[in-house]
Design a protein around this ligand. Structure first.
Ligand code: GLC
Length: 710
């Protein structure tokens, strides 16, 4: 897709000086103040600015960023395309992670919707809003697989599963891109952070990781491969090292795996100061070394630290770095600028959109991301029952739009309090500041959660509980002996183990954007039915971590899915999770009939030639509510050269089933679904038996066995 421009690009490169080429490899941060701004204009005139990232600090995610200034962007662009000798446009980037002006759920919550079309629509709407503000490139989607809710950036990615991650990556990239990258309302996407950042030891941000190539190919790489196949134009390299090899200097991970094996044709941008941090990582003497190592590793664009701008010319003249490497990086950057049509259309475009439509979309997806974790016949609330509402998140607004929200506004985000006041049932609601005010109600609704500043970049936690004041409130409300429901506005999975016995209902609302509260009200009163499923395992305690569903079996008598045979496992706390991957309740009840398969055996050659196992299951809605169900298909390869997980999600479908009716879900399982990667990156299906599970979470026992004949 990107190489189609190479003829024109080679022509341009042939006329560029070495300095001008290096200028294309330099990304400046947003200017703070007049002096920095004027200097940036001069740099653009000299052809020293390939890109500007519209963020002024390393913690853009904390949301304390200056807004967009379209006039400045156009003035800067004018210096590049009219005053510089080569007249190559700048590409403007910004962290548009889960919405721009209109804020959608944090990506971890979006992944819980298991609704790819809806996710794509949210990113399509986001691209329109961002493009209208002159943003040509977003540093999203963040697709770091992670099994550690202590990590603050767990909120920013799609959770623990490679298939969910790949589906999310594809939906987001397609949403940003729209029909084609050259359209005015499209935005170049960025698959980040390549690679393994989510495995930071202890959940401590920026710390070391230990990932074998076998694990990398089968768990961490699939989302990036999906992004590349969806046409992503850029990839951002990550801060971490893998097994002692910093990614910022890793030829193996960037050039060999991403660019050669995966075939990525766009460009790789470093993360903020990641090139010069090689000194602190102890693999480079000075910043000149850093520039050499990162360019050789395959990082094309240097974010913010000017190591390339300062040292590459010298390195080429000293014969340490070849100009061919620089030419390749320039080519990759210009490919994306051509694909985005920046040479023809470098300035901000007016893009029209309907903001009301975007808010409606935000509400729709917030309704589908919420996960019903417990319901002892207390939900939905009736239209007449007397409800008392209490808790620190009752009037909260800013937290509901979560971390990594640079352009969203708390004032455009109704609190639960405001949303309830908008309900016809408001006459039956008591908003309480003290327990005494709850004496006349029959049901208590607790508004609990996690502040957004506790999540996101550089915000790891060693505990994984609600705050002490909230725990105490839950315990005190329990003493009222009333029906009690908790709505939890959180970024990460919390170990709410001790609160569960005190609660009759739990609705996990996440930080789900501008429309979180109205969506939750629609679910609480039954206008909509919860359909979210967990894209991440909930541990009982922080001591469980890492805990995830796609584990390989042990050889010892540690029975149970997670090895939770009590005789051999933890002496103090059961080893099964609080809630497993894929789990989520509904107001109705679905029953699964036996799995059917058109044939139980195919040969390896038939699979290679595209034949598939066609599998179906009928799901009955036996309850009183029409509702959506996400049917999940997992495989297990029973015997193979390398150990494979007990279950691997390979497909899911989400459909509405009318009450009293049934729906048939059909899946095709072929070479792609049954295969896996060896540690050399080769892909194989091995003959033998596979178990196929189809159900409503990862622990379903609804299975059949199929056979692949040698
Ligand atoms: C940050 C983040 C990265 C972001 C970049 C620019 O440190 O790691 O995800 O895109 O800097 O803000």
């Amino acid at each position: 897709m990107f190489a189609q421009f190479d003829k024109q690009i080679d022509e341009i490169i042939s006329k560029m000086t070495l300095k001008e080429k290096i200028g294309q490899l330099n990304q400046e941060k947003a200017p703070s103040g007049k002096e920095e701004y004027e200097n940036l204009l001069e740099m653009a005139k000299r052809g020293e600015v390939g890109s500007v990232l519209w963020a002024s600090s390393a913690y853009a995610g904390a949301g304390n960023e200056p807004g967009i200034n379209v006039e400045l962007m156009d003035e800067l662009q004018k210096c590049a395309v009219e005053n510089s000798r080569c007249k190559i446009p700048v590409i403007f980037g910004r962290d548009v992670i889960h919405g721009h002006k209109t804020v959608y759920p944090i990506p971890l919550a979006m992944a819980c919707s298991f609704n790819n079309d809806l996710v794509e629509k949210c990113y399509r709407a986001t691209a329109k809003e961002a493009a209208n503000d002159g943003i040509q490139w977003s540093f999203a989607p963040m697709i770091d697989l992670s099994r550690d809710p202590r990590w603050g950036r767990i909120i920013e990615g799609p959770g623990e599963d490679p298939f969910v991650g790949a589906s999310f990556a594809k939906s987001a990239v397609k949403g940003f891109m729209g029909e084609k990258l050259s359209d005015k309302d499209s935005v170049v996407a960025c698959a980040k952070h390549y690679i393994g950042y989510g495995a930071s030891e202890g959940g401590r941000d920026y710390h070391r990781t230990e990932i074998s190539d076998y694990t990398l190919y089968n768990f961490y790489l699939p989302a990036f491969r999906a992004a590349v196949n969806a046409g992503v134009g850029t990839v951002m390299s990550s801060f971490n090292d893998i097994s002692g090899q910093p990614i910022s200097s890793s030829v193996h991970h960037i050039r060999e795996i991403l660019k050669e094996k995966v075939g990525f044709e766009g460009f790789v941008v470093s993360d903020w100061d990641a090139v010069i941090q090689l000194v602190k990582q102890g693999v480079a003497r000075d910043e000149k070394d850093c520039a050499e190592l990162s360019l050789k590793a395959g990082i094309d664009l240097d974010m913010k630290d000017r190591a390339y701008l300062t040292y590459l010319e010298e390195l080429v003249k000293e014969g340490i770095v070849s100009e061919e490497l620089i030419n390749d990086s320039v080519k990759r950057i210009l490919r994306v600028k051509f694909a985005k049509n920046l040479f023809e259309n470098p300035y901000r475009n007016q893009v029209s959109y309907d903001r009301k439509e975007h808010f409606a979309l935000a509400r729709e997806i917030a309704e589908e991301t919420a996960v019903l974790l417990k319901n002892d016949n207390v939900l939905p609330l009736s239209k007449t029952q007397k409800i008392g509402v209490i808790g620190p998140f009752l009037k909260e607004k800013r937290d509901l739009i979560g971390s990594w929200t640079l352009d969203g506004k708390a004032e455009e985000t109704p609190s639960l309090y405001e949303a309830l006041l908008n309900r016809p049932e408001k006459e039956n609601i008591v908003f309480a500041d003290s327990l005494e005010e709850l004496s006349g109600v029959d049901t208590v609704l607790l508004a609990l959660g996690e502040v957004h500043t506790n999540t996101g970049e550089a915000n790891a936690v060693a505990k994984l509980t609600l705050t002490d004041d909230q725990i105490e409130l839950v315990n005190r409300v329990k003493s009222l002996k009333k029906k009690t429901i908790a709505v939890i506005f959180s970024g990460r999975p919390l170990a709410i183990t001790r609160q569960i016995p005190c609660l009759d209902g739990i609705l996990y609302a996440w930080h789900s954007g501008n429309e979180t509260a109205p969506a939750i009200c629609n679910l609480l009163f039954g206008d909509k039915v919860p359909s979210g499923k967990l894209a991440m395992t909930f541990p009982r305690t922080v001591g469980h971590i890492p805990m995830y569903y796609n584990v390989t079996p042990s050889g010892r008598p540690v029975d149970g899915y997670y090895g939770e045979n009590p005789e051999n496992c933890y002496n103090d706390i059961p080893a099964s999770p609080l809630y497993p991957f894929g789990f989520g309740l509904s107001y109705t009840e679905f029953s699964y009939e036996d799995i059917k398969c058109d044939n139980k055996e195919l040969s390896l050659d038939e699979l290679k030639n595209g034949k598939k196992f066609n599998i179906s299951v009928k799901v009955n809605n036996k309850g009183d509510y029409s509702a959506k169900e996400t049917v999940q298909l997992y495989i297990r390869d029973l015997i193979c050269l390398n150990m494979r997980p007990l279950r691997e999600l390979k497909a899911y479908q989400k459909k509405e089933i009318q009450k009293g009716c049934d729906e048939t879900f059909e899946f095709s399982v072929g070479y792609e679904e049954l295969g896996y990667y060896y540690s050399d990156g080769s892909f194989h299906v091995e003959p033998g038996e596979f178990e196929i599970y189809v159900g409503d979470n990862c622990l379903t026992e609804n299975k059949i066995v199929i056979n692949v004949k040698a």
